[in-house]
Each structure stands twice: as C-alpha cells, then as structure tokens.
Design a protein. Structure first.
Length: 260
C-alpha cells in the first residue's frame, strides 16, 4: 500500500509545486511506482509534468471528485497520464476551483479525496499530492488522506511567520480527522546562503521548530535554471542533472525513502 505524501503550505511562491514534481519523479527514478496528484486549481503540477493544454483534458481530479460526490463507481486508471520520467499523474485544470465549492456541501466533505486515494493506493508505492496555496477544502482533503506532510518554506521572513498558522491547521486535522497524519519535516527552499538575512531566517526557523519537527538536512538552493525546468515539463534531474538543485532534491528523495 502506498505511502501518501502531501506537499503543503498556504503561502504561495515557496517551491511547493517544484518540490512535489521533483519528489515524485525522483522517487520514480529509484524504481518506485509513483502517482502525483495535482490538487491545485492553478494546475501548476500538471503543467510542470508536461501537460501543455490542461483545459482540454476530459478527465481530471475534478471529474473524479465529482464522481465520488455523486456516488459513481471509481475507475482507478481513468484520467491518469504517464510522465516520461516514470511517475504517473492525476492532472488538474481550472474546473477544480468549482470542485472546492462542491466539497463544502458534500457528505463527509473532508474525506472525499481519501476515497479516490484508497482506490489507487494498492497500485503504487507512493502518492504525492501538490496542494493549493490555501487552507481550503482541497488542502484539508489532501491532509485527511495523507500519511505524512512535507512543508516547504522559503527562507524569507513572512514565510517563516506564516508557518505557525499552517502547523496549527495540521494539528487540528491530526486531532479531528486524521490521527495518523505525521509531519515528515520542514523543507527550506529558495535558499541563498550568501545573504546574511537568509542565514538569520534559517536560524530563526531552526530555533523555533527544530526541537519538535524535523528540518530536512538538505536545503533547496535558489536557482533560475531549476525554475526553468517547470516550463520544459521535465524534472531538474533531466533538465539540469548535475546542478545543485538536482543534488538537493536527490537528498530529499533519499531521506523520504529512508523514513517511509
């Protein structure tokens, strides 16, 4: 049965989607069967994994969720796209925005996504969910269905301050919906160690949370080349295989494999 991992932060611009894409493809490079789920109406993960026209897709996560809400049978293989680097993808498009509204009035609204994941779980070793930059129903559904959550945090002051709200929300979900949910760790991203202020922010985060929550050993450095990889539909492992970002994400993948 697959280990389900949410990559989550209510703050945008923290390399959340980049992390989800490279974690999924990185695990696949290690021979694992991986399903990446794009749970964000902005569908950035879908584009990052090579789908150039998401709005033309006939079956997406929105289709699946609406089917579950309406008590339709779930076909685990329907809509899944195979990425050239080995991971499978359940894509999203803008229609997922309407799905979030539909979830508000759905029966067992916090666990609709879990029903889909329970259907596909026997087919994979890992399921990686890219969540929206919000604490809405789609994010709650992702966390309710997950075994672990990875929290990417950019090494910036406001991002560090916003971390407390996210951790409180995760704690509420652990208490009320998913007692098995664990925080795998905080992943520091967009790190420029040449800047004194960046080092101060890292020290602040480590001091505030490092005693209770693991902070991943490897930090993800800031890189223009890494940002370009999303536009190519490829992972950093293919786009810039010898780069520092590829090495950092490979370290993250190994840490996840070790602890899974």
């Amino acid at each position: 049965m697959a280990t389900v991992i949410s990559v989550s932060n209510q703050k945008g611009g923290v390399a959340k989607t980049t992390t989800a894409a490279n974690l999924a493809t990185g695990l696949a490079r290690h021979g694992k069967r991986v399903l990446a789920i794009d749970a964000d109406p902005q569908h950035s993960l879908t584009v990052s994994l090579g789908v150039t026209a998401p709005d033309k897709l006939t079956t997406t996560l929105a289709t699946v969720i609406h089917g579950i809400i309406n008590d339709a049978d779930i076909d685990p293989a329907s809509g899944i796209i195979h990425h050239v680097e080995g991971a499978d993808l359940m894509p999203a498009n803008i229609s997922l925005a309407n799905t979030e509204l539909a979830l508000v009035n759905a029966m067992s609204r916090e666990t609709v996504l879990r029903q889909y994941i329970d259907a596909v779980r026997p087919l994979y070793d890992f399921v990686v969910i890219d969540t929206p930059p919000s604490l809405g129903m789609l994010t709650v559904n992702a966390l309710a269905a997950s075994d672990i959550v990875i929290v990417p945090v950019a090494a910036r002051f406001l991002d560090a301050k916003g971390l407390e709200l996210l951790l409180k929300s995760i704690s509420q979900i652990q208490r009320k919906i998913n007692r098995n949910l664990a925080i795998s760790g905080i992943l520091l991203t967009m790190v420029d160690r040449r800047a004194n202020f960046t080092r101060e922010i890292i020290t602040l985060i480590e001091g505030a949370y490092g005693g209770n929550i693991r902070i991943f050993d490897e930090h993800i450095p800031r890189s223009v080349r890494a940002a370009e990889s999303s536009a190519t539909g490829k992972s950093v492992f293919t786009h810039e295989p010898t780069g520092k970002v590829a090495a950092a994400y490979e370290s993250l993948v190994r840490e996840v494999l070790k602890s899974a």
